[in-house]
Design a protein around this ligand. Structure first.
Ligand code: FE2
Length: 212
């Protein structure tokens, strides 16, 4: 028997051995974090810097990491048969969870490769969960009631400090609550891929402002 694979790999997991400057991320979150009780993505002790101007991927200290990451972006895009000649970072931000904090289920922008980078992932910090998007195909079958199998609603991926996950922007994901007094810090980057000649420039787009 040889296994016949008809689906691409969806989630890629790497480990970035040099690690990250945790204090610099803490400073960034302190300055730019949205500390309201609940944001669109975070709850119960979750702070995000999403939408801020100080995107961590611009930091000069990030150059070695971005250089390490980019061939892996191409591996994902090629695995998913994306037609592209150029790829770019649209934005990046950081999330911090204190005890009880978690990220609610969400997806990212269109056509993106999402990179989730575990700057600081303490023991019991809570793992990431991906929606088991094939689950409903199997509902007519008798099922084994087991955590993380094909019939479970979510697939838990164990993560540790310096792990780097790449996944497509369409897959719904969330985190478990942090169950430790230590902070969990996750840095996220959204990549887009395009065929540059097919991009419209701003002077080629007919824009109409919403009236009410
Ligand atoms: Fe996310």
């Amino acid at each position: 028997m040889s296994e016949v694979k008809i689906l691409p790999n969806i989630i890629f997991k790497y480990n970035y051995k040099p690690g990250f400057n945790v204090d610099k991320f803490k400073e960034h979150i302190e300055l730019h974090g949205n500390k309201s009780e609940h944001t669109i993505s975070e709850a119960d002790g979750g702070i995000t810097t999403a939408g801020n101007k100080d995107n961590p991927h611009f930091w000069p200290s990030m150059v070695p990491f971005i250089n390490w990451l980019e061939p892996k972006i191409e591996i994902a895009l090629n695995e998913w048969d994306v037609a592209y000649d150029t790829y770019f970072i649209s934005k990046s931000w950081a999330n911090l969870h204190t005890k009880g904090g978690y990220t609610k289920p969400h997806e990212h922008g269109p056509g993106s490769v999402v990179v989730s980078i575990y700057v600081k992932q303490p023991a019991n910090g809570g793992n990431i969960l991906f929606e088991n998007f094939m689950r409903d195909k199997w509902i007519a079958y008798t099922r084994e009631d087991k955590h993380n199998n094909i019939h479970d609603y979510w697939r838990e991926i164990a993560v540790n400090t310096n792990d780097v996950l790449l996944f497509p922007g369409w897959i719904t994901h969330k985190t478990q609550s942090s169950n430790t007094d230590e902070d969990r810090i996750v840095f996220t980057i959204n990549y887009g891929a395009v065929i540059q000649g097919q991009m419209l420039h701003s002077d080629e787009i007919h824009i109409t402002k919403r009236t009410e």
